[in-house]
Design a binder for this molecule. Structure first.
Ligand SMILES: [Zn+2]
Length: 180
């Protein structure tokens, strides 16, 4: 698999133009080898865009822990019982993994029901699988109302988004260095 293909799957462009002579065809093993030495967040992000790498749960957990550490650092106080930090981690990861899709159902229009026994229509996108306006889906994922989201959490989520985008940039630089 080529790095460009990897980048396409992730919906992001790896800037291979900077590598003299470009990057040769590489195998999955070579790609995995090029991840050695990366921090966990950047590594999981790359692994999540590679087919057959089921690391999404780990990646969401890692992004959640990132949001927790940012909340400690900046003194953010989430309302009790609201999945705000977990939600922000998911939003930040899905920005990169599914840029054009509904983030709740990952573009399928379907989600597991509360008991986890069946799939039901996604309420965030009304089953369309496409993005709805930012405010309502972001607030819904975090379990809070639109006003609270807009007033307090939207800017904070931008910080989490920026950090996860940095994961991608760090991984990209690292892989290009390893392969060039
Ligand atoms: Zn949906």
């Amino acid at each position: 698999m080529r790095v460009e293909a990897l980048a396409r799957i992730g919906g992001k462009g790896l800037d291979i133009g900077h590598v003299a002579g470009g990057i040769p065809e590489i195998s999955m093993d070579e790609l995995m080898g090029a991840l050695a030495g990366l921090d966990r967040g950047p590594e999981l992000l790359i692994r999540a865009v590679v087919p057959q790498q089921a690391v999404h749960d780990d990646l969401y957990r890692e992004a959640y822990m990132l949001a927790v550490s940012l909340a400690v650092k900046y003194g953010w106080k989430p309302q009790k019982g609201k999945p705000i930090l977990r939600g922000m981690g998911k939003i930040a990861v899905d920005d990169i993994l599914y840029p054009n899709h509904c983030r709740t159902c990952s573009g399928t229009g379907l989600v597991a029901d509360e008991a986890g026994n069946a799939t039901v229509e996604c309420q965030v996108c009304a089953g369309t699988g496409r993005k709805k306006p930012k405010v309502s889906f972001s607030a819904a994922i975090c379990g809070i109302d639109d006003t609270t989201w807009r007033r307090t959490w939207e800017r904070r989520c931008d910080v989490v988004r920026g950090e996860v985008r940095d994961w991608w940039n760090i991984a990209e630089r690292h892989i290009l260095k390893q392969l060039s």
